[in-house]
Design a binder for this molecule. Structure first.
Ligand code: NDP
Ligand code: 8X3
Length: 253
């Protein structure tokens, strides 16, 4: 039987690259994201390239009712989820705490924290039933170290760090692996979203750097799922060579 991976935020960046990587390795895919037309195009592309099946779940991870309705009603043949890549997320704005936009804060916390928890909570019963499964939560270097003007986004990723640790403890009895992946700067649509379409500010984040690519992170995630059954990679922080942590960079002049 083919294995199944469920990827949230598959319409772009890390999620999309993971979809390609897992499909190329024979997994059937459950793909989530809000932009349905992108999901449909990706489904077509992947199904034409690889001999695997794709199921689309186009919901907003912030929508508690939609998350549980879609996942609780998965067709029986899609319930045996082997790997959940809990990746959907975003940053909005980069400014001092006192300048913070409440709507941006709510969106980040609702998506990166509550959305991630809803999806895991909905998927976990299927894994418990089979006494196996692997949950991969997308953290960040921003969840390991706070940087200036990072406030609410950093808080959301520190929460992912705590949730990953908590899930690993609580799901231990059910034989479920939990891995937290914490990337540094990676050039995806992340910064364009963060700066609300301002491509010049987005580009500046990667100036003088050879940043990570989405494929770099997909490769690492894939590796985490290929270690022997008795091995669990708990937590990985990955940066490009020119980044030491959330703050220090060695940019080309
Ligand atoms: P992208 O902007 O390229 O992709 C983000 C994905 O998340 C999109 O597919 C988007 O889909 C989805 N998404 C956002 N909000 C929602 C929502 N409410 N419901 C469902 N899907 C949603 O960015 P990345 O690939 O870089 O980011 C993926 C994850 O990696 C995020 O959690 C981010 O915080 C984290 N990260 C990114 C880093 C980077 O430098 N790029 C570094 C460290 C962590 P759609 O808009 O169609 O819903
Ligand atoms: C994304 C990386 O450094 O922009 O989580 O916070 S950073």
């Amino acid at each position: 039987m083919q294995k199944i991976v469920f990827i949230t935020g598959a319409t772009s960046g890390f999620g999309r690259a993971c979809a390609e990587k897992f499909a190329a390795n024979g997994y059937d895919l459950i793909l989530n994201g809000r932009r349905e037309e992108r999901l449909e195009a990706l489904q077509k592309e992947i199904e034409s390239k690889f001999n695997i099946a794709v199921l689309l779940l186009p919901f907003d991870v912030r929508d508690e009712k939609a998350v549980f309705t879609y996942i609780n009603n998965l067709p029986a043949e899609w319930q045996n989820i082997d790997v959940l890549i809990n990746n959907a997320g975003l940053a909005l704005g980069r400014g001092y705490f006192d300048e913070g936009d409440l709507e941006d804060w709510n969106t980040m916390i609702d998506t990166n924290v509550k959305g991630l928890m809803y999806v895991a909570k909905a998927v976990v019963p299927f894994m418990i039933q089979r006494k196996q499964g692997h949950i991969i939560n997308m953290g960040s270097v921003a969840g390991k170290q706070v940087y200036e003007k990072g406030n609410a986004y950093c808080a959301s990723k520190f929460a992912v760090d705590a949730i990953s640790k908590g899930m690993r403890i609580d799901l231990l009895q059910h034989n479920i692996k939990v891995t937290a992946i914490n990337p540094g700067a990676a050039e995806t649509e992340f910064s364009i979203v963060r700066f609300k379409g301002d491509e010049i500010s987005a580009k500046k984040i990667y100036e003088g750097l050879q940043p990570l690519t989405a494929e770099d992170i997909a490769d690492v995630i894939w590796y985490c799922t290929t270690v022997p059954k008795h091995v669990c990679i708990n937590d990985l922080t990955i940066t490009c060579l020119q980044q030491a942590d959330a703050v220090y960079f060695n940019r080309n002049k």
